[in-house]
Design a protein around this ligand. Structure first.
Ligand SMILES: [Zn+2]
Length: 231
């Protein structure tokens, strides 16, 4: 049984995320069954529609999604269909970022690109990837000038999502979100793994993936070429 009829908000979200999968696979950001994507369907109570576990992102079907609650528990209960292993991270972002004063979160996208994998591992000892002085930073919501700096947090990877969520929450709560436009961060990295970002809708989250991925590639290639970015 499909979790959404043809005209429901869930069906629209699924159509949008299927298109994301096709595009991101084509751009080598979501190869194989890697990555996961979600849309916030409701806030009271928090309900997300998210990619099911183990699905090829180049060919997501209408039934390759599940709905989950704030704890990541599958709501629609289709036998054999599990939510993504990283569902808890989506739930965390959907709840935490708006509560701290960050951007509204209507969609969360996660990718496993080459450059986010390489850079997140290289800069893990420092704890962040510093992006500074690039025109493309203006593609992140609220940033209006190249003359700014964004330190994208990096967390050591883990298969224990509750433990990882706790570390992300603790670090995000230490950032200064008060009256900040733009917010201090638009995403985070898991070392040797990939990028999480979000936006008020799928289009904004998609743009944030594209901007981060562009900037990560610029930084990594600049280091290879020994072209020093601004410090
Ligand atoms: Zn992942």
């Amino acid at each position: 049984m499909s979790i959404a009829n043809a005209t429901s908000p869930a069906a629209d979200a699924i159509d949008a995320l299927r298109a994301i999968g096709r595009e991101f696979h084509g751009r080598s950001w979501s190869l194989g069954t890697s990555s996961n994507y979600s849309v916030v369907l409701s806030r009271e109570p928090l309900t997300l529609v998210i990619t099911a576990s183990g699905k090829d992102k180049s060919a997501l079907g209408k039934d390759d999604f599940v709905q989950v609650d704030a704890a990541g528990t599958v709501l629609d209960g289709t036998p054999g269909r599990k939510s993504s292993a990283e569902t808890l991270l989506h739930c965390l972002v959907a709840d935490l970022v708006p509560s701290l004063g960050g951007l509204p979160v209507g969609a969360i996208l996660h990718t496993h690109s080459v450059w986010s994998t390489v850079l997140s591992r290289a800069d893990l000892p420092r704890g962040f990837v510093r992006i500074e002085g690039f025109e493309m930073l203006k593609g992140l919501e609220g940033i209006t000038t190249h003359d700014t700096r964004e330190d994208v947090p990096i967390f050591a990877n883990s298969q224990d999502m509750a433990e990882l969520s706790g570390r992300i929450r603790a670090r995000f709560e230490r950032l200064d979100w008060s009256d900040r436009r733009p917010p201090p961060v638009h995403g985070f990295l898991l070392a040797g793994h990939g990028l999480y970002t979000w936006g008020r809708d799928v289009a904004e989250a998609r743009r944030h993936i594209e901007i981060h991925e562009f900037l990560f590639e610029v930084l990594a290639r600049s280091r290879t070429l020994a072209v020093a970015p601004p410090t």
